[in-house]
Design a protein around this ligand. Structure first.
Ligand SMILES: Nc1nc2c(ncn2[C@@H]2O[C@H](COP(=O)(O)OP(=O)(O)OP(=O)(O)O)[C@@H](O)[C@H]2O)c(=O)[nH]1
Ligand SMILES: [Mg+2]
Length: 345
């Protein structure tokens, strides 16, 4: 599946229909009076968060969204029909910004939330509306009001309960694959993962959504590597799983590098509960393991859990530790709502 988390689209709401100038004309009825109807309202452009989507890829292929215009009023007091709304379906977690990318217009965090992004123009009044005691044959009607047009930016911040962070090659995707039905690409070179992946983790009758994002490296906040732009996807997580590669040169330094990038990104990422794990224990000698664990403990100021994402050793314990810091989590049966497959051992 293709993934896209930013899109720029042009939207336009419908124009209102014009009011009508018309007079009642019937045989034997003199001075029938005005009977021009009002124009219909133009359609709105609405964004709605729906189930079953977790990318904005559709907005790469269609970038113009227009609502229908209202119809003009007609004689015999007939009002014009309103124009149909244009509903843009977006995944939950989508934020809508002005063209500048900074002014937030709407934040659609949950399925079912919607926001009107451009309001349709009102229809004009027909001449019936202008009749009065002194003007019994008004020959004026209002034009419909024009719709609004604007360019907006959509930005998706995936809704996951927990997120995995770490340097490239730490084994983040291996961990996600070990605990969920997600099948991310895994390889022994950095930046295997190019965009975020979600998986549903189920353990002890509870379930949560775990996000795997591309690795961070020193200077990510300045755009080095894939940069820190994917950190937006863990902004709303309740906990972070920080995976450190035990075979890296210095586990403590590896940990600090990532923490520095999280701090530089801001948005409260460093305030989140964090579970620190030392991965690839299977590939270490007992002495190396001891040394790396001690280094990591010194840097993180907490004893890391030792795991092997490849063999599965320590993995259930790490998942339970995550659950513990982020409870209360949703019940497992609610997970169907995000459209990912559940995993069972
Ligand atoms: N020996 C051993 N190798 C592991 C373990 N976990 C991951 N690996 C290997 O480490 C390499 C990188 O794993 P990935 O899961 O792709 O790493 P990643 O953190 O997702 O990397 P990026 O997506 O590039 O950021 C792969 O060759 C894995 O097979 C482990 O527990 N033990
Ligand atoms: Mg990966």
């Amino acid at each position: 599946m293709k993934f896209l988390d930013e899109a720029k689209v042009y939207i336009r709401s419908g124009d209102g229909g014009n009011g009508c100038v018309s007079f009642r004309r019937e045989k034997f009825i003199e001075f029938g009076g005005p009977n021009g109807g009002d124009g219909g309202k133009g359609g709105d452009v609405i964004a709605e968060a729906v189930n079953g989507l977790n990318t904005l890829i559709d907005y790469r292929y269609q970038q113009h969204y227009k609502a229908k215009n209202g119809r003009a009023g007609m004689g015999k007091d007939r009002h014009g029909a309103s124009g149909a709304d244009m509903v843009m379906k977006v995944p939950a977690g989508t934020q809508v910004y002005e063209e500048d990318g900074e002014t937030l217009l709407a934040d659609l965090a949950a399925v079912g939330q919607h926001a009107v992004l451009a309001r349709g123009g009102n229809g004009g009044f027909g001449n019936t509306r202008f009749k009065s005691a002194t003007n019994r044959a008004p020959r004026n009607a209002n034009p419909g009001q024009p719709g609004e047009e604007r360019t907006i930016r959509l930005r998706l911040k995936l809704i996951a309960d927990a997120g995995i962070v770490g340097l490239p090659n730490a084994g983040k995707s291996t961990f996600l694959a070990a605990v969920s039905a997600a099948r991310p690409k895994i390889a022994d070179y950095p930046f295997t993962t190019l965009h975020p992946q979600l998986g549903v983790v189920e353990i002890d009758g509870r379930g949560f959504v775990l996000a795997d994002i591309p690795g961070l490296i020193e200077g990510a906040h300045e755009g080095i590597g894939l940069g820190d732009r994917f950190l937006g996807h863990v902004e709303r997580c309740r906990a972070l799983l920080h995976i450190v590669d035990g075979t890296s040169e210095h586990a403590g330094e590896a940990y600090k590098t990532v923490r520095t990038e999280l701090a530089a990104y801001g948005e409260g990422l460093t305030d989140k509960s964090e579970i620190v794990v030392l991965n690839k224990a299977d590939a270490l000698t007992p002495e190396q393991l001891k040394q790396q664990t001690a280094r990591l403990e010194r840097a993180a100021k907490t004893a890391p859990l030792v795991i092997s994402a490849a063999t599965g050793a320590g993995v259930p314990e790490a998942v339970r530790a995550l659950l513990q810091v982020m409870s209360p989590v949703r019940a497992a049966d609610e997970e169907a709502s995000i459209g990912a497959e559940a995993w069972s051992p």
